[in-house]
Design a protein around this ligand. Structure first.
Ligand SMILES: Nc1ncnc2c1ncn2[C@@H]1O[C@H](COP(=O)(O)OP(=O)(O)OP(=O)(O)O)[C@@H](O)[C@H]1O
Length: 248
């Protein structure tokens, strides 16, 4: 055991020496990472390398077996379940490989869900959702059901849902995986542009070299460990490439 050490002030997210095993099978083995405000960090690695497990630990969905996770200098790993759920609801957005829209709700209601479930008034929630849907070229679909959408459009609604309460951090787990090349590029541009214009930090798990290249920095994992790290447990900094040409 070691004493808790507060993270550097300029890191929105900071994790130290994370270990997590899925019923005996290792998911993470000593991963440390710091993410600065407004930074886009790509977590890369082959299938099963621990990308999703890391995102779930950083976002408070999983509590690591060992190690620490801090958000804005507050320890997440010691929070109770309800506090973690509130943190995820209020400060984090999540987008996965599948849009997971609720078919019985309209597109705007799907996008507004994070606001509606926290008691934001119907009119305010609808306005916020409509603004994001407009920015993501989905304005005409606001009153339709998800069944009217293509896969790429549905994934952009999922992105609008992740952005609607302007979270501090968006966790994106293979967000472009189910899309064709052109749709991947659009989703990626939309995500990075929205994040940069609203100073939202993004942690994106990806196999896709274009998605990784759009990030400011990459953390490569292999078998739950940092691969090619610069020091024990620490990620390798890479040259970032700006990827925003769309104005969100
Ligand atoms: N719910 C689970 N139960 C058991 N083992 C799991 C579970 N989730 C993940 N694992 C195992 O943990 C390891 C890391 O999985 P994880 O999903 O984090 O990797 P990943 O890099 O995100 O992979 P992918 O690219 O396939 O999503 C793998 O060996 C995986 O089989």
């Amino acid at each position: 055991m070691y004493a808790m050490v507060a993270p550097p002030d300029n890191d929105v997210l900071w994790a130290r020496s994370l270990h997590y095993s899925h019923r005996g099978s290792p998911g993470l083995v000593g991963v440390s990472v710091g993410v600065r405000e407004g930074e886009i960090l790509a977590v890369t690695g082959p299938r099963g390398s621990g990308k999703t497990t890391l995102l779930r630990c950083l976002s408070g969905q999983l509590v690591p077996d060992e190690g620490e996770v801090w958000f804005n200098s507050v320890p997440v790993h010691t929070m109770g379940r309800l506090t973690r759920e509130r943190l995820r609801r209020d400060r984090f957005g999540w987008i996965g490989p599948e849009p997971q829209l609720l078919p019985e709700l309209r597109v705007w209601e799907n996008a507004a869900l994070p606001l509606l479930i926290t008691g934001t008034g119907h009119r305010t929630a609808k306005r916020a959702a409509a603004e994001w849907l407009e920015r993501l070229d989905l304005g005409p679909f606001a009153g339709k059901r998800p069944s009217a959408l293509s896969r790429a459009e549905a994934q952009r609604v999922a992105l609008a849902r992740a952005l609607v309460n302007e979270p501090a951090v968006i966790f994106a787990d293979e967000p472009t995986a189910p899309l064709h090349r052109a749709d991947r590029a659009l989703l990626l541009r939309t995500l990075t542009t929205a994040a940069r214009s609203h100073a939202i930090t993004v942690v994106v798990a990806t196999h896709d070299p274009d998605t990784a290249a759009a990030a400011d920095r990459r953390l490569a994992l292999l078998d739950g460990r940092p691969a090619g790290a610069a020091g024990p447990g620490w990620p390798t900094d890479t040259e970032g490439q700006a990827a925003c040409s769309l104005s969100a």
